[in-house]
Design a protein around this ligand. Structure first.
Ligand code: ZN
Length: 46
């Protein structure tokens, strides 16, 4: 029986910035990065 092992690192979901090569530790970090570094608003930002 094949069991697919999850490659998820505990609590650390790394996301790459769509505007540069930088990887952020989560969606919140990415949003803040995009706002502060690229001076852009994220679409689903409240
Ligand atoms: Zn970036």
């Amino acid at each position: 029986m094949n069991f697919i092992k999850s490659m998820k690192v505990s609590g650390m979901k790394r996301i790459q910035c769509p505007h540069c090569k930088k990887h952020l530790a989560g969606e919140g970090h990415l949003k803040r990065h995009v706002r502060t570094i690229h001076k852009l608003k994220t679409s689903n930002d409240q």
